[in-house]
Ligand binder design. Structure first.
Ligand code: GCO
Ligand code: MG
Length: 400
């Protein structure tokens, strides 16, 4: 449509489930035509909101919302120093909103603009946790009864907990865990779960960068008998050169990427076939535009997608994940957090979950809306989450 322009850019901050979410709403000169995008960086949501309000909004007003690629490229370089989670999330909110608008203008769901469906629904995985093997097993069985075929198992959260800690006097405050006790507990957990539920269900685990590299290599090898669907974040983004060693040592499938914010992080892992699944938080890499390019890059190297999808992705972001999922031939699995009634109230048109598959709303665009009045009832909270102050028993601060 000729002459439609961007009229306003709004940042909506809301936390219906106590998790800070950032949504961008782009309004246009066409009455009633607007788009929504996810810009959620839950730990630094105010920094993202400032980047949107103070820099991207003046940059965008008056521009043609249909020129997605040109806006993405020019906005990316407009700060000169670029990438990083704050600026990428801000840009993602704009980018997804522009795809939403383009779909609405075309009268098509976004997946149609990405090549159409190659599957009706996206197979999802849920998180089973517990204090011991039996409790984890109970939660695995609960998900299996709901028809969920892919289940991530953790015992005591990331890095495990409730370990007897051998600490020095007057330890500093923090979220303590014992990497060695955690490492010993994981093979026990999967021996129990695999023995209890058999071979059919796909099991996953997230190391969450909690081990030193050589320990991650050892754990990946020790988990081989339990045939994981994938082992996630075995290393940190700062340890990319260790992936070669990890790959050479184990046949356990590897997933990585939720912390990535720069192409130089994922390109070597994909081009050298050092991972099996890419796990980016798509708003942290700049939105749908880079994510669709990344999915195509991965296809050439037999890497499958498994986009990040926890509670700190907004339902707009989950919808964007799913439009990519159903239209990418190299889709692997979709992480799913579980959308509550309260979330659905704030975000009408949420994707549906049925029998282990997530389905996008077939409405034009991303197919999701936001009730701004209801969103305002759930203010965000600027306190830093305690879990990010991770420490090993002697008090050393480590990556959370
Ligand atoms: C996952 C992630 C999350 C992150 C969270 C950080 O696999 O879903 O590891 O649980 O820890 O998104 O805010
Ligand atoms: Mg993870």
């Amino acid at each position: 449509m000729a002459n439609v322009t961007i009229r306003d850019v709004k940042t909506i901050l809301t936390a219906p489930e106590g998790i800070n979410l950032v949504v961008v709403k782009i309004e246009t000169s066409e009455p009633g035509l607007y788009g929504l995008g996810c810009a959620t960086f839950t730990q630094r949501y105010l920094a993202v909101a400032t980047a949107i309000e103070e820099y991207l909004k003046p940059f965008l007003i008056g521009k043609d919302p249909q020129r997605i690629e040109d806006i993405w490229q020019t906005a990316m370089v407009s700060s000169y120093w670029r990438n990083g989670p704050v600026l990428n999330n801000a840009l993602s909110g704009v980018d997804m909103a522009l795809w939403d608008i383009k779909g609405k203008l075309a009268g098509l769901p976004v997946y149609q603009l990405l090549g159409g469906k190659c599957r009706e629904g996206a197979a999802i995985y849920r998180h089973a946790d517990g204090r011991d093997e039996r409790e984890v097993e109970e939660n695995v069985r609960k998900y299996m009864e709901q028809g969920i075929h892919y289940i991530r198992c953790q015992m005591g959260g990331y890095g495990g907990r409730d370990h007897k800690l051998h600490q020095p006097e007057q330890p500093l405050p923090g979220a303590y865990f014992d990497p060695k006790a955690y490492m010993r507990s994981v093979p026990r957990l999967f021996a129990h779960i695999r023995g209890a539920v058999g071979e059919e269900v796909e099991l996953l685990h997230d190391i969450h960068e909690r081990l030193v590299p050589i320990e991650a290599v050892r754990l990946a090898r020790e988990l081989e008998p339990y045939r994981l669907f994938f082992l996630e974040d075995p290393l940190a983004p700062e340890q990319l050169d260790w992936f070669e060693t990890l790959r050479a040592q184990t046949a356990t499938p590897i997933a990585m990427g939720e912390l990535f914010t720069h192409p130089r992080e994922w390109t070597p892992l994909i081009a050298n076939r050092l991972i099996d699944f890419i796990r980016c938080h798509i708003s942290a890499i700049g939105g749908l535009t880079p994510a669709k390019k990344l999915a195509s890059l991965c296809e050439a190297f037999s890497v499958r997608t498994a986009w990040h999808g926890p509670g700190d992705v907004s339902p707009v972001g989950h919808a964007a994940n799913l439009h990519l999922d159903v239209s990418s031939i190299n889709f692997g699995v979709q992480e799913w957090y579980g959308l509550t009634d309260r979330i659905r109230e704030v975000f009408p048109g949420c994707p549906e979950l049925r029998n282990g598959y997530a389905y996008v709303n077939e409405a034009p665009g991303l197919g999701i809306d936001i009730d701004e009045k209801k969103a305002a009832e759930y203010p965000c909270d600027n306190r830093l989450p305690a879990w990010t102050l991770a420490r090993t028993p002697d008090g050393t601060s480590v990556r959370p």
